[in-house]
Design a protein around this ligand. Structure first.
Ligand SMILES: Nc1ncnc2c1ncn2[C@@H]1O[C@H](COP(=O)(O)OP(=O)(O)OP(=O)(O)O)[C@@H](O)[C@H]1O
Ligand SMILES: [Mg+2]
Length: 407
């Protein structure tokens, strides 16, 4: 059997928590079989690693691995995405299309957020699980496929079943083996290992000095609840790395990055240090930028889905003229403009490009900041005081940024 440490290394999994180890060991053990696996755990605990391990350590590793986010596909098109459709099955279906279950024949499908599947799709899925049979939308011909299913959920499935939103028979089929991942707050020292790893990766990538928590800040991190788990810890490590000039982080500074930090038993921070009072307005700007970018990414996802499903590309382009213009206007996204030209018939994993956009986020963030500062300075004819006011940061911070970015 594969060695636990080797698997962790190969998949970039950090931590030695015993519950985490058990989960990975379970994945290693079931990998060579065809048994369905249900991965459970809160949002951001690393559920997506498990199906990757299972696929890579199985005899299916040379066939396709397709990850489907069931919550992100509109209800009206999910059957066609998963099982394909015949020409003329619905308005706009000018060509037959293979679904993921056909494309991934011999491989593995990861159904993320499986609790979000509509009931009608659940019926189709149950049939595939029971005898490997499915029918394309608009067809009457039964097809066969041999796909291993790993599903994941961060919702309580029992509740969904009780409410009639999820079929009990399907739940039992999917969860022959359940692998549950522990929340980050239960992983003890792994929290520090992960923080150091994220901080040093980020520093290296952006060529900035790495941040370090002082002793009390370390303790504070250990006691935080982390509702967003590892994803949140990573964000925190990166935010602190960008925003803080002083590379040794005190609990006073750290606590500002931990929303609803109820376990904080240090005296409340009074706004007497100028660096920390700058901080909240800077953070507001960063949040606004992040928020705008997230909206753009969501719009892009939707646009691309439309393009993949709608035969009339021009119509979709017309409807999304504003967004497309913004993409062209925006240098940050110019490398990803091919998104708009993804062939409709592409049957590969359609989510790849979305990851590309996310990888570029860090860089774009800085560029956005520079751009905002430049625009504001131009608009205010170089008057720093006015520009700082408009940007919602102090003059001192603006001065620092001008120097930092050599504006
Ligand atoms: N043990 C770990 N070591 C290093 N990175 C990790 C670890 N676990 C998770 N991550 C990283 O944390 C982030 C969140 O993980 P992932 O997307 O798998 O969460 P999830 O459980 O699928 O969450 P959701 O339910 O919200 O989809 C990813 O960037 C992942 O690479
Ligand atoms: Mg996930």
């Amino acid at each position: 059997m594969e060695n636990l440490q080797a698997v962790k290394q190969r998949f970039g999994i950090i931590g030695n928590d015993i519950q985490l180890d058990r989960a990975i060991e379970k994945a290693i053990r079931v990998a060579p079989t065809d048994i369905s696996v249900l991965v459970t755990g809160e949002s951001g605990v690393g559920k997506e690693n498990i199906p990757k391990i299972i696929h890579q350590l199985s005899h299916r590793k040379h066939a396709k691995y397709i990850a489907v986010n069931c919550g992100a596909i509109p209800e009206g098109t999910i059957d066609s995405e998963l099982f394909g459709h015949e020409k003329g099955a619905f308005t706009g279906a000018t060509q037959a299309r293979k679904g993921y279950f056909e494309v991934a024949d011999g491989g593995t499908i990861f159904l993320d957020e499986v609790g979000e599947l509509p009931l009608t799709t659940q019926v189709r899925l149950l049939r595939v699980l029971e005898n490997g049979e499915f029918i394309k939308v608009g067809s009457s011909q039964v097809q066969k496929t041999n796909v291993r299913i790993v599903a994941a959920t961060n919702v309580k499935m029992q509740e969904a079943i009780n409410k009639g939103k999820f079929r009990e028979d399907l739940y039992y089929r999917l969860s022959t083996i359940e692998i549950s991942l522990p929340p980050l707050r239960e992983r003890g020292n792994d929290i520090h290992l992960l923080f150091r790893k994220f901080a040093s990766d980020f520093a290296q990538k952006n060529r900035i000095p790495v941040i370090r928590l002082d002793e009390n800040a370390s303790k504070m991190l250990l006691n935080y609840r982390f509702p967003g788990n590892i994803r949140q810890l990573k964000n925190i490590a990166e935010q602190v790395s960008i925003m803080e000039e002083n590379r040794v982080i005190s609990p006073e500074i750290l606590s500002q990055y931990l929303p609803n930090n109820t376990t904080n038993n240090l005296p409340a921070l009074v706004g007497n240090s100028s660096s920390s009072s700058d901080f909240s307005s800077e953070r507001d700007i960063m949040y606004k930028i992040l928020f705008d970018m997230r909206n753009d990414i969501n719009d892009l996802k939707k646009l691309t889905l439309d393009l993949m499903q709608n035969s009339d590309v021009e119509e979709v382009q017309e409807e999304n003229r504003g967004l497309i213009q913004r993409i062209y206007d925006d240098q940050d996204f110019s490398n990803n403009v091919e998104v708009v030209q993804i062939p409709k018939s592409s049957s590969d994993n359609n989510y790849d490009f979305i990851e590309t956009i996310e990888e570029d986020e860090n860089l774009s963030l800085q560029e956005k900041e520079v751009e905002m500062i430049k625009k504001s300075l131009e608009k205010n004819k170089g008057k720093r005081k006015l520009a700082a006011k408009e940007l919602g940061i102090s003059e001192r911070t603006l001065y620092r940024k001008i120097k930092q970015y050599d504006l």
